[in-house]
Write a protein that binds this ligand. Sequence first.
Ligand SMILES: [Zn+2]
Length: 149
Amino acid sequence: MDKQSTQLVSCMYQYSRAIYRSIKDLIDPYAAPDQQIEFKRSVLDACEQTMVRLATDPHYFAKPDRALFQDIRRYYPITVQAQVGWAVEKGVNAAGEFIQKQIEAGALDGGIARCKATTRKGKACQRTPLPERDYCPSHQHLERAKVAA
Ligand SMILES: [Zn+2]
């Protein structure tokens, strides 16, 4: 991963941790203890997925705060959902503004670049390409093939 992407991803994880910290103690207090741990893990996962998607797909991710809230609201009692919604909105918007600034500064061209290869399962490769290349280390032979053609 190039330095810029690495920095960006670590910033996104900081935003994700901040959102998680602001809402983790509001999780349903009447759920069983092991269930609460599971809920917290799901909330953290959802926060991270939202941040990664914001970083990799900023132009096509509409209403990321609403999407995250929809994903996690079931882990919270109705009485705190407004508070959770507000914390999520604030945290996701801060991350979104950060990404927007990176785009305006030219640091990103439509999000973190992704390898142009298709995996054996027919899905787009999610890995970051080598600096100034179109393909990741495991697909770099495709680039050579392209140059040769
Ligand atoms: Zn690849």
